[in-house]
Write a protein that binds this ligand. Structure first.
Ligand code: ZN
Ligand code: FE
Ligand code: FE
Length: 264
């Protein structure tokens, strides 16, 4: 079973549970490794109400240490962050990446300018948006994140579909240019199972994106984006099937920001 590297902690104010409980679920699910990747601090602070502050980082490492102590060698516990790709964030991400010994960093696009478009709080804004324009903006932003080379894993690629606002027609016109940029970056994408539990009712990304990414040789990880212990490794058997049927044969494991492959 692949690793589950995309999981959260209560420090982001919208996840729950103790590290011991997350690790217990990871062990009983049989994942090969467990990784913690809470919403990283963003500047200027306070940036929003759904992430840890810079001052929380020591407590975050205490949380990871508790997970490691509890695992006690039964499975590797990796340390990561889910960072937001924001206009002008490069220096801060670089500083964060040097300050601690992370095993991997996940980059995610949750913001288009000042709009955290995946936040249900602003659902009304979707109804008044030009969907085609939002999608263009999203994928252009995602492409710039890939070009930056700052992240090991590019998070939930088509999160923009979360509330089921999708343009008409074949979506490959959005996917192809960005997959080219991701392939050139050499970074991995994730197959994030949380989408199956959101209004879009599909994994992130969809099978069309996965097929194109596999064809382009983009590496893959599978992750749950767990915000509570019972969500660790959720839907992994279904995700493995989807990955295989899309053309993937392996996933990546990370340690100290270096990867190796594991057969699916
Ligand atoms: Zn979250
Ligand atoms: Fe996210
Ligand atoms: Fe997340």
């Amino acid at each position: 079973m692949p690793a589950d590297y995309h999981t959260h902690t209560p420090l982001c104010h919208h996840a729950e549970g103790e590290p011991e409980a997350y690790v217990d679920t990871a062990i009983s699910a049989g994942v090969s490794e467990y990784g913690v990747s809470d919403h990283a601090p963003a500047k200027p602070e306070p940036f929003d109400d759904w992430r840890m502050l810079e001052a929380d980082l020591p407590e975050y490492w205490d949380w990871i240490d508790r997970a490691r102590n509890h695992a006690n060698g039964r499975l590797p516990i990796r340390a990561g962050l889910e960072c937001d790709w924001l206009e002008g964030c490069e220096d801060w991400i670089t500083e964060l990446s040097r300050r601690y010994s992370w095993d991997y960093l996940i980059g995610s696009v949750h913001y288009l300018d000042d709009w955290d478009f995946d936040n249900p709080k602003w659902l009304g804004r979707w109804a008044n948006s030009d969907i085609n324009q939002v999608w263009k903006h999203y994928w252009e932003t995602y492409g710039r994140m890939a070009d930056s080379g700052l992240f090991d894993i590019l998070g939930h690629p088509d999160l923009v579909k979360k509330f089921s606002y999708r343009p008409e027609g074949d979506l490959a016109r959005f996917y192809e240019p960005v997959i080219e940029r991701i392939a050139a970056s050499g970074k991995a994408i994730e197959l994030n199972t949380a989408g199956w539990h959101k209004p879009c009712n599909e994994a992130y990304p969809d099978s069309r994106f996965l097929e194109l990414a596999a064809e382009a040789g983009v590496p893959l990880v599978i992750s749950s984006d767990a915000h509570s212990p019972n969500e660790v490794a959720r839907d992994f058997p279904k995700a493995i099937e989807l990955a295989k049927s899309s053309g993937f044969k392996e996933t990546l494991l990370f340690e100290a920001r270096k990867s190796k492959t594991e057969t699916l």
